[in-house]
Design a protein around this ligand. Sequence first.
Ligand code: NAD
Length: 502
Amino acid sequence: MTETPTTATVSVPMLVTTNPATGEQVGSWPIDDADSVGAAVALARRAADTWRELGFKDRKRALLRWGAHLVNHAEEFCALISAENGKTADDAYLEVITAVEHLAWAAENAQKVLGPKKVWPGLMMANHEAVIEQRPHGVVGVIGPWNYPVYTPNGSIAYALAAGNTVVFKPSELTTGVGHWFAAAFAKANPDLPDGILTVVTGPGDTGRALVESGVDMVAFTGSTATGKRIMAAAAQRLTPVVLECGGKDAAIVAEDADVAAAADAIAWSAMANSGQTCVGTERCYVVASVLDEFLAELTRRVEGLTPGSGPDASYGPMTLPSQVDVIAGHLEDALAKGGTALVGGPESIKAPFVRPIVLLDVPEGSAAVREETFGPTLTVRAVRNVEEAIELANASEYGLASSVFSRKRGMEIARKLRAGATSVNSPAAYAAIPALPFGGVGESGIGRIHGAAGLLGFTRPHSIARQRFEIPGMALLSFARTESTLSTVRKLTAFRFGRAK
Ligand code: NAD
């Protein structure tokens, strides 16, 4: 119950989240400014020693307890995700269990990936023991988006924690309640651990900026490319390491030997699920001409029946970010004006906050619908002469997040030629649900990797230790006591070892 103030009160600015389908308020939180962000980082720094010194086994236990709490309270969590993000309860559940898969993988594999490794010191340093020890960075600032408000930040949070860092998390201003619930679940599952291992700060971009400038030891960002660039520039002031998971314009290739019906099914889901608000969702599709008609018939049959809404029967929810509706409308208008045609839907498909599926044909490659991230339930389809042309067009993008290929025989060959951080062959976005596979983009899609061994390593820095085990008499190379005869022996050995290559 709120107490009635008796003295003059200072009003704290509040952040309110709303249900994108209904506009109803979901929650409200005080906005963190630079001072309160600094306090959260200081708390995380105080908890860092305890968390690091717990070691891999006890951290694993704490993380798995967290995972169990998420699974056992999934219904409550999914209802909140649906309320703030708008996605269906089933999609929210899929998001939560995929996040838990990742969390468990990070917990269970951290020791194997990050434990000390002895390496061969080389002949010249044979009297040394050489060891690589991975140290956590310290406090990691994680900044998340709203489209997958659990799965995407968890790819940084769980891996950073498993590696021994503490985390200050700024969720998107659109899904702040989800961020608070997620972090509170860690504390509830681990009541004996100190505060500050996983803390949430609340607010819009300014709060994120304060977090980047707060002196955290690493920043892990997921969001748009424009924001990623701002964060990298700000982080450069202190040479703070960053991992940036940014936007994409993912292409799918359908080869002449594809199972066309299965390809249409996968592409329909990849393009339209979550209202197309998926960083690795298919936005462009290149289909070899000989199977185009069959593909379009299969695709149309699947997407025409999809209905956005907020009820239990909805195929997907509303647009979460209201301004995204204008982006979709702008891309559509531009595509039609430039000679593209609408195979499914059209301007009438847009009834904010809902957008029905839109499939566009023959949109010029230079137009916004093909070049820029649309982030809506839309897809462009173009016929190509052959797979080679499809690869060339797929790669002609400033983005390079992910891609998919549909071919019975040539899937791996085509995948290897694509400029992207990940590719799924004969399925949509499978790499994202396989925790051992690193995730991240090239070009404007970002730098660095989350997930997998590379993800764990990214949240640490290697500390190289060389320990002299014994002295070799007369072979002190790194000393002013070095003699001519030592160098002469080394010269001979070096010539023998390296000088004979033909
Ligand atoms: P956004 O860039 O608008 O915001 C992302 C986060 O950054 C939010 O928490 C926001 O408050 C914060 N932020 C904004 N300005 C900031 C600043 N100057 N300093 C620090 N933080 C700041 O992105 P969004 O609209 O929330 O998310 C959609 C975008 O995210 C799409 O482009 C999508 O492709 C991308 N995304 C990428 C991945 C991936 O893994 N590559 C995953 C999900 C979403």
